[in-house]
Design a protein around this ligand. Sequence first.
Ligand code: SF4
Ligand code: SF4
Length: 477
Amino acid sequence: MSKESSGITIPTSWRVKRYYLFIIATLIALVLPWITVDGNHFFLLSFDKLKLHLAFIQFDMQELYLMPFLLMLMFLGIFGMTVVGGRVFCGWVCPQTVFRVIYRDLIETKILGLRKRIKNKQLEPDMSKTENKVKKVIAVLLWTALALVASADFMWFFVPPEDFFTYLANPTDHWTLFGTVIGLTLFLIYDIIFLKEDYCVYVCPYSRIQSVLYDEHTVMALYDMHRGGHIYDEQHNKQFTKQKDIQVEEPHAECTACESCVTVCPTHIDIRKGLQLECINCLECVDACTTVMGKLGKPSLVTWSSDYEIVDQKGKTQYFRTKVLAYIALLVGLMIILAMMGSTKEHMLLNINKETRLYSVKQMPDNKFRVENAYEFLLQNTESKKMKFYFEVIPPKGMEGKIIITKPSKEFTAVPGIKKKKIVVLRTEEMLVDDDRQDTIIPITIRAYAIGHEDKIVVFRKSTFVFPRSDIVRGTK
Ligand code: SF4
Ligand code: SF4
């Protein structure tokens, strides 16, 4: 929603839009670990069960080659986002920013009134007052509870909630897990309450690499010094603190020197100095100036735009430029590779080894015979629940129905994660090949499937059936 002020339409503040995104991101992070489809999670990297769940498909650790693709996807996504929108990830999605907004703006300012206004993030509370000390303790306790939830939520992507709460009954048996949760909680308390935005400015490596990704079309919070006036000289020294002083040098300078854009800045910078590494693109300064200038019936001096448009005044920002298109192409390519890998995933593991004895032949009454080949099948149920399995033999054309499975004679149960060894015997009572000079190797296909899930949980393996020389079959040798 927008509102009118002195003839200028003031759009819904970026701050409110960010709050919506924070709420959505928080809900997704909290709810996603609880959603399962056929016992599979959207994302779960389980080290104790050696499984990776991705998009509700379960992969074994042997299939961890997917992880580098996921990491590439994540990093390319963040880099592409930076090329287009600067450090927008920091201001809009990063948990550090979300947690700081919850602690500083919601708990300390809105709930406890420890800070005066959300719009002044630089004015620290007066801690000499007893009332403020009590409020600070309450704020720390509230944040500790939330930090504990956030740490547990983070771990649910590695230990699913259903196991997490079972393990909670015996925490001493799972000290690594609960030690990690407590360690993360302590870190979040230190980080959010004491380190604050210094984490974004001095610790986070992303702030170091972002500047090399920028180009003249990258959008970020920018002060229009052509309209507002040059508050800082080229050496970044502040020249003016009052509008009338600016206007001595630049009579048309519009900046009122109210410093609303400075006091609202969570990283304590003055955007009028130009682009700075510390800017997390939260756009609070844009909102602040939009309000100030809106009251004067003018557009904001600080906008979310590019150097090309605002500083160099060359024209409109180009969003779909070569660099951006290259990132989009790479991301789409990676997603297609991941989707293809996911769709070709096999839902069970099966290894077939033929026994060292090639075959056995048994003479039967009425000139009949039986030829049998034995195999060792190693099967692993990679799903999350117990299932029944069986096999089917697919011989070459013309031999359909002539080779049958005699052992195992019926379906069998396999529990998840445990390799199951099965001796499988294939038999024929037909003269498949009438050759008295040599044995014949017949290519066959084994179809292994889960009962009730024949179209999804099924694998095909190539193998061979050795049929003896005809004199051996007839017993005339
Ligand atoms: S200058 Fe400060 S308030 Fe403005 S976008 Fe950057 S971090 Fe946010
Ligand atoms: S909020 Fe706008 S008018 Fe006020 S100091 Fe910042 S740029 Fe100038």
